[in-house]
Ligand binder design. Sequence first.
Ligand code: AMP
Ligand code: MG
Length: 335
Amino acid sequence: MRTTHLTAVLPVALLCAAFTAGCSAKQPYTHDSFTFDTFVSFTIYDTDGNSTAEEICAGAVGMLNKLDDMLSRTKSDSEITRINGNAYSSPVVVDLSTYNMLKSCAELSDLTDGAFDITLGNISDMWGIGKENTAKPDDAELKKLAGKQNYRNIVFDDENYTVSFSKDSFSLDLGAAAKGYAMDMLDTYLRNSGVTSAVVDFGGSILTIGENNGESWNITITADETNSPVGTLKTNEGYIATSNGAKRYVEYDGIKYHHIIDPATAYPADSGIKSCTVFSASGLISDALSTAFFVMGADKAKEFYDKYDIAEYIITLTDGTVIVSDGISADFTAL
Ligand code: AMP
Ligand code: MG
């Protein structure tokens, strides 16, 4: 996954990922559902035959719903709400898998120098991201939080699996990583249920399992404003996540503010990126890095790529330039 920062220049607006699969001998089973506040679309091409694809998808959706119940910060009885409400006063015991996920997030925050930071819940609240708000947050109030909501204030106790906060007025927001983590869980669930070939579109994030009728998968990268494809990416199995400034935003006094926050400023990131798609072998990494790269900007994303070599990216700048990391440049065909 090394790069020489190969750049393909395309006159496109925004990127989002969609998949196109080649023809398969068998008719695939498709199933659509709604969870994690988004649409999930399963296409199962092949299984070991022990369970029907219908049963597998129903079980998978049940598993995702349970995860959402744990990780949502808006549901009053979720683990995250429990942590947010109590972790400053006393350590909160959390489910082992949530504990490990939070630790992985903290590590990714560290790797990305805090560009990805799951502790900006209070800033998200002020902007009305994920929760209702009626007025644009006050500049002075935002300044107070800029650079101060920091993942280092989460205290992990590896013996008792507790999480506590060393700081008040501080809360978790897993919006940039929960779907990626859920894709990892979903991948394991589907494979354990006997799925050998499948594609799942999880609100624009894509999970691929196995092969596409003996071939690679073709993921179509589309400009979501016009819905016209800008390129196709050939991939083996893995996870694709996209962070897109125009997809989710809040509007105050007729001005749109997108939902990806630069923790250093407490304002929507303004790095010159319109959309960032990341491909890796982990859903959590793809999701966290798509957000982090969006915040860092293309130059720092490339530095990160050269240093850590854990994920590939397709970045669309605000001027329409598309930058493809070198490790996938041969697999990316501009349209
Ligand atoms: P994504 O679409 O994966 O980039 O995630 C964006 C969501 O994650 C937002 O709606 C916020 O809830 C949260 N978020 C925004 N900015 C950040 C950031 N810099 N680090 C971590 N989470 C963020
Ligand atoms: Mg993300």
